[in-house]
Design a protein around this ligand. Structure first.
Ligand code: AMP
Length: 399
């Protein structure tokens, strides 16, 4: 069984071709700069063969056509023909309250996905373009949608509601949805597999710390709270996003700096966070390097970043009545021992006995980073959203 996983962004398409029976990724790659003159297509086959093509790729349909043709290319391909592809799984960013799990894509499902566009105007349209392109090129292949928001649909109303007039929730569906759901689901389940724990009986806090960052409280197998909200700007401090911010700051700045909605949006989403405070970069590696060299704003940015994660862990432990496992994932969570140490330091009162020595050497691999006698387990679990999409797709089309 071969499944193609697509993650269609506004100007890029990431893909992975899975052989589910052999449990391997046969090929993966990316199309970048769609719509620009020099688009790029990169394909890496699992035997080490690499291809990089630069040519004009004006839209998503042509991008997907190029990917598919490369996958059956006689020199660089992985398949003999398209007939070998059993299904296509898509990452879909926003499923609103309409989708609480992955679904087989039908015309009715596409209609409902279109109704979610208002909530994710930048993300859902390219996701839908990918679905339409596959329908056009491979009309008989089943497609499955896997939503970033679905895992968090189990949050109770008192966690997902904002304290705005209730009619506005009814009118516009304004509430916390949360994102990175596929990642929070995967790493919380995977942590339990590794630790041989019953997922349905644990209190888990998952820290997805990447360029975008969010944290989730997963109790008895269900997401009960998460830090991102209606949009991905809420919660933790991120590469370029503010995370939590007093709304009054925005009113003040919009007034003083004469910002319209677009400019205010750019300020909180693109110019703030680690980049805004450090003035150096949104990339954690560069900020960590600057801190080592004594840069004070880099140090401040890192302290703020870690402090915010720490506060959320405390809050979610309170929300769940304790915590059994804390999971680190995402580019920073998987690769920055310094960040993990700063966050975990001082959690002895929660029952976490952190193993600083083991933590130091861990980058990008599964590893427990608390001491064996620790009551609370801290663990690094590299995320794999594409694998979840492939597995969900397999399960749905096998039914
Ligand atoms: P992601 O969005 O999950 O791809 O994560 C991207 C973030 O991970 C960027 O801020 C990177 O700087 C950070 N990152 C990747 N590798 C490392 C590393 N070795 N040390 C610190 N941060 C890292």
């Amino acid at each position: 069984m071969k499944i193609l996983v697509l993650n269609c962004g506004s100007s890029s398409i990431k893909y992975q071709l899975f052989d589910i029976d052999k449990k391997i990724v046969m090929a993966k790659g990316i199309v970048e700069k769609i719509g620009l003159e020099e688009s790029i297509l990169k394909n890496n086959r699992n035997d080490g063969d690499k291809v990089l093509v630069t040519e004009e790729i004006p839209n998503h349909t042509i991008g997907i056509e190029k990917i598919l043709n490369l996958l059956i290319d006689k020199d660089h391909g992985s398949l003999k023909s398209f007939d070998e592809i059993n299904a296509v799984g898509h990452r879909v960013v926003h499923g609103a309250e309409k989708f609480n799990s992955s679904v087989l894509i039908t015309d009715e499902v596409v209609k409902k996905m279109k109704e979610c566009i208002d909530l994710a105007p930048l993300h859902n349209p390219p996701n839908l373009k990918g679905i339409a392109a596959i329908k056009e090129i491979l009309p008989n292949i089943p497609q499955v949608g896997v939503f970033d928001t679905a895992f968090h649909q189990t949050m109770p109303d008192y966690a997902y509601m904002y304290a705005i007039p209730f009619e506005l929730y009814e009118k516009y569906s304004i509430r916390r949805y949360g994102f990175h759901g596929t990642s929070h689901r995967y790493v919380s389940q995977r942590a339990c597999e590794i630790l041989n724990l019953d997922f349905k009986k644990q209190k888990i806090i998952t820290c997805h710390l990447g360029n975008g960052a969010s944290i989730a409280a997963v109790k008895n197998g269900k997401s009960v709270d998460t830090s991102m909200g209606l949009t991905p700007v809420e919660g933790l401090m991120m590469g370029t996003r503010t995370g939590d911010l007093d709304l009054g700051v925005m009113f003040y700045l919009m007034n003083k700096e004469n910002l319209d909605v677009k400019a205010a949006n750019a300020l909180v989403n693109k110019k703030s966070g680690v980049l805004g405070i450090s003035g150096i970069s949104s990339d954690m590696r560069e900020v960590e390097e600057a801190e080592v060299k004594g840069n004070k704003r880099a140090k401040l940015a890192l302290s703020m970043y870690n402090y915010r994660v720490k506060k959320y862990i405390g809050a979610y432990a309170a929300a769940m009545g304790g915590v059994d496992v804390i999971v680190f994932t995402g580019g920073i969570g998987e690769n920055s021992p310094e960040t993990r140490e700063e966050i975990c330091k001082g959690f002895e009162f929660l029952g976490l006995d952190f193993d600083s020595n083991v933590n130091k050497g861990i980058r990008g691999k599964e590893m427990v980073i608390s001491k064996p006698e620790s009551k609370v387990i801290a663990i690094v679990v590299p995320t794999d959203e594409e694998l979840v999409i492939a597995q969900d797709t397999f399960e749905i089309i096998s039914k």
